[in-house]
Design a protein around this ligand. Structure first.
Ligand SMILES: [Zn+2]
Length: 149
C-alpha cells in the first residue's frame, strides 16, 4: 500500500489560505481532540502517534532534528545538558506557552516528546526514551525534555 511521507506533507498548492494553520487549531487537535477526546487522556496513542511522526522526519543528525522542530514551530529547542547517558533539551516558545495552568496540573507536551523520541531512536539506531520534566502548563518558565540514551 502506498503511504504518505513527510515529503508529501510539504507539497502544497493552496492559493488563498497558504501553508499555515493557526496555533489554536494545533492546540485544539492536541489538547481537546487527543488529550481529552481519547481514552486515558490519549496516553498510549499519543506516544504511538508522536514516535511515528518522529520516525518520518527526514533528518540525519540531532542538529537537523532540532532545526526542523523549530522550523515546524513546535518550539525553539536548545540542548542544556549532555553526557553519554542523557541529553536535556529545553524548549522555548513551545506550542503550549500562554495556556492557563489547570487545577489538575499536568505536563502536556507528550506528543512533542514522543516526536523527539521517534526521531532520536532512528538517528541513534537504538531505543532512546524521552520524558517531559518541565512544562509551561505546570508553571515552569519553559518546557524541558530529558532524553535517556
Ligand atoms: Zn510545552
Amino acid at each position: 500500500m502506498q503511504q504518505y511521507t513527510f515529503e508529501d506533507m510539504q507539497k502544497m498548492d493552496r492559493s488563498r489560505l497558504g501553508n499555515m494553520v493557526p496555533l489554536e487549531l494545533f492546540r485544539t487537535i492536541r489538547l481537546i481532540g487527543m488529550n481529552q477526546g481519547l481514552p486515558m487522556g490519549g496516553k498510549g496513542t499519543t506516544l504511538t502517534v508522536g514516535r511515528k511522526i518522529g520516525e518520518s522526519l527526514p533528518v540525519k543528525s540531532v542538529d537537523e532534528l532540532l532545526a526542523l522542530f523549530e522550523e515546524l514551530k513546535i518550539g525553539i529547542p536548545q540542548i542544556v545538558y549532555s553526557d553519554e547517558h542523557k541529553i536535556n533539551i529545553a524548549v522555548e516558545d513551545c506550542f503550549c506557552k500562554g495556556l492557563p495552568t489547570l487545577e489538575e496540573e499536568k505536563m502536556i507536551c507528550d506528543l512533542e516528546g514522543a516526536i523527539l523520541e521517534g526521531a532520536l531512536t532512528k538517528l541513534y539506531g537504538r531505543r532512546v526514551s524521552v520524558r517531559e520534566i518541565k512544562c509551561n502548563a505546570t508553571g515552569d518558565e519553559y518546557c524541558e525534555y530529558e532524553v535517556k540514551l
